[in-house]
Design a protein. Structure first.
Length: 201
């Protein structure tokens, strides 16, 4: 995959997929559990980006960099985690909020590593001050990206529910079909054929 544009597109796909997965992890009702789940997802994202950019992946070193980057972002999320501890409604509100923050964090981590690798960076030349600054900038943009993904997911869920509701009731279809046969609009053979189709779904 020598073409830079193709590689960038592939990197964007890797990042987006891991944003979605980390948002799912952010819905776990136990704050500490989702923190570790998101961290594991982000590390997997970095592993895939390393492979894409032909950079040697060293788990301990990469884990340390990811932790250093995300500490500031998740420190801001401390209050949000506390919300999750409120029974019932806290789980719902905290879960959605953490999903957005988890998605934003994964976006920022992915963008930082993508930028570093695209400019020829390796595991040996991380400038943490510069990368943390870039992470914080991307974290803000990531919140917008994560909200959009959340909206899309909710819209798809709503459309699916509506489609299920609109699905015609077989009993009602058969009743109408029977009326058409009685009125002579369709023949007995047509009735049988259409009835079979309705029954078989």
């Amino acid at each position: 995959m020598g073409d830079k544009t193709d590689r960038t597109k592939h990197a964007d796909t890797i990042i987006r997929n891991h944003i979605v997965w980390s948002m799912g992890a952010g819905m776990i009702p136990i704050p500490i559990a989702d923190f570790f789940a998101v961290s594991a997802i982000q590390l997997d994202m970095v592993r895939q980006l390393c492979k894409l950019y032909d950079v040697d992946f060293k788990e301990n070193e990469m884990k340390a960099v990811v932790t250093a980057l995300t500490t500031s972002g998740f420190a801001k999320a401390g209050a949000r985690m506390a919300v999750k501890l409120i029974p019932g409604i806290g789980t719902i509100i905290g879960g959605v909020t953490m999903a957005i923050l988890s998605g934003a964090s994964s976006f920022a981590v992915g963008e930082v590593f993508k930028k570093h690798f695209e400019t020829g960076g390796t595991i040996l030349d991380f400038d943490m001050d510069r990368l943390i600054k870039l992470y914080n900038e991307k974290f803000e943009k990531g919140k917008k990206v994560a909200r959009e993904i959340h909206k899309e997911a909710e819209a798809e869920k709503k459309a699916f529910k509506m489609a299920k509701k609109k699905k015609a009731d077989p009993a009602e279809q058969l009743r109408k079909l029977s009326d058409l046969k009685k009125e002579g609009i369709i023949s007995k053979a047509e009735f049988k054929k259409m009835k079979k189709k309705i029954v078989n779904g």
